[in-house]
Design a binder for this molecule. Structure first.
Ligand SMILES: Nc1nc2c(ncn2[C@@H]2O[C@H](COP(=O)(O)OP(=O)(O)OP(=O)(O)O)[C@@H](O)[C@H]2O)c(=O)[nH]1
Ligand SMILES: [Mg+2]
Length: 432
């Protein structure tokens, strides 16, 4: 299979095939726009597009044979070099369509994998993408070689016994290589995951908040508005593929940290979710999620649904969340935002870009932390400056009394800080 190279600056002319089911006809335009923007990110220009409502995919070719002929004509007429489907295709379907259209055919999953590959910056993200691509290609090796066999044998299904034999051997060799590579990548990722777990465990005394949301919803921009992290934000899909964590300064709380991570999209390929399992641990382990929604998009509700779907898939659907309706400066419909907000117990609208509404979000976060907090009395030797500084760095002090050489502080602390204080020698902790 020829592999597209989205890193090259030249744009490749491509034809787009949209296959939205009839029942989801109203999503047609959004899908087309999203696919066009994904293709643009991958340096493909859409020179033609076709639509077929596919309610039940046709096994061998996904779409009807008439449509495939139409696709072949369009490709020839517009000089397209590639065809992209907006859905996953089986290796057999991909091969069959390729044969009729005489053009390279790629599916939705491959396109997402390509974009992830081009955007991966950190070692972990690069390995995770390579693993997902290797798993994707493993399932397609047979198809690639059978196709080659037929070409060598001068067409005709089956090919000659000799050539088929060569192909079989080659498939076996390739499979073994790919299997070994997959194993190797998994081991490397596990090592990195171990390191990450230790870092996350080291943050146990912190209140951990993670940004989640559809790609391009403004997570990184919000991260920058709330912290001094200075992360990369851009009007591009999947600009962020790694995780960045920074201290989140709040008036009443001193131990909150905020993490920015990879964005989600509809039908995020399973292979990618599996590969990014470790990166997404920041989301699973969080005490609170900020679900960032792009309220300038009219597909806002579908995007919320897609994000909730991924959260369930990665086992993070039980983590408490504040829904942040971002881009309020250019909301698609204030009425829609208003009615959507009512569905959530905890929701705010703001603009990460202009800063409007940021104080309301900070207050909403503080209230969540407040609810997890208890009033405690800690006693220690009044002369112990280090201990006094330690307590003050971890919790808000409401009152302080001194009797003889004993200091007695009334503080407000959450469970994690309580555990930390109780294990510190020289401190006596009791409920206020
Ligand atoms: N008008 C407006 N644009 C915003 C706002 N917040 C973010 N943006 C823009 O939206 C685009 C995407 O922002 P990012 O912060 O990179 O989005 P992200 O969710 O981190 O995206 P990925 O990392 O690609 O998943 C950028 O061009 C931002 O300037 C906002 O409140 N208003
Ligand atoms: Mg980002």
């Amino acid at each position: 299979m020829k592999q597209p190279s989205p890193t090259s600056r030249e744009t490749v002319p491509a034809v787009l095939m949209i296959t939205t089911p009839t029942a989801r006809k109203d999503e047609e335009e959004d899908r087309t726009n999203e696919m066009t923007s994904l293709l643009d990110t991958a340096h493909r220009s859409v020179v033609g597009q076709l639509l077929q409502h596919v309610d039940k995919p046709i096994g061998a070719t996904y779409i009807g044979s008439g449509k495939i002929d139409e696709l072949a004509r369009l490709v020839a007429e517009r000089g397209a070099e590639e065809i992209y489907f907006d859905c996953p295709l089986s290796p057999r379907q991909q091969g069959n369509i390729q044969e009729v259209t005489k053009c390279a055919v790629y599916d939705y999953e491959w396109l997402i994998l390509e974009i992830f590959a081009a955007n991966a910056r950190t070692e972990e993200a690069k390995l995770a993408v390579e693993l997902a691509r290797a798993v994707y290609l493993k399932g397609r090796l047979r198809r690639m070689w059978t196709h080659l066999d037929r070409q060598r044998a001068g067409g005709g299904p089956g090919g000659s016994g000799f050539l088929t034999g060569t192909g079989e051997k080659q498939i076996e060799m390739d499979r073994r290589q790919v299997r070994e590579r997959i194993q190797n990548l998994k081991e490397k990722l596990e090592m990195i995951a171990g390191r990450r777990e230790r870092v996350v465990a080291g943050r146990n005394e912190c209140f951990k908040i993670a940004l989640v949301g559809y790609t391009n919803s403004g997570k990184s921009t919000l991260m920058n508005a709330l912290t001094a992290a200075g992360v990369h934000a851009e009007n591009r899909l999947f600009a962020t593929l790694d995780t960045r964590t920074a201290r989140l300064p709040l008036e009443r709380h001193h131990n909150a940290v905020l993490s920015d991570t990879v964005g989600f999209i509809r039908d995020l390929p399973h292979g990618l979710i599996a590969s990014f399992h470790a990166t997404l641990s920041e989301v699973r382990e969080a005490d609170l999620l900020l679900h960032v929604v792009d309220s300038s998009s009219h597909a806002m509700e579908q995007q919320i649904g897609a994000v909730e779907g991924v959260l369930t898939q990665i086992g993070a659907d039980e983590v408490p969340a504040i829904v942040v309706f971002n881009k309020s400066d250019c909301a698609y419909s204030r009425t829609l935002v208003g009615s959507c907000k009512k569905r959530y117990r905890n929701a705010v609208s703001l603009s990460a870009l202009t800063g409007a509404g940021i104080p309301e979000l900070q207050e909403a976060i503080s209230q969540v932390i407040d609810r997890r907090q208890t009033r405690l009395i800690v006693r220690f030797s009044a002369g112990d400056g280090a201990l006094s500084a330690f307590v003050r760095s971890r919790a808000r002090v409401e009152d302080e009394q001194y009797e003889g050489d004993e200091a007695s502080l009334t503080i407000v602390a959450d469970e994690m800080v309580q555990t930390e204080l109780r294990s510190r020698p020289g401190l006596a902790v009791s409920l206020a």
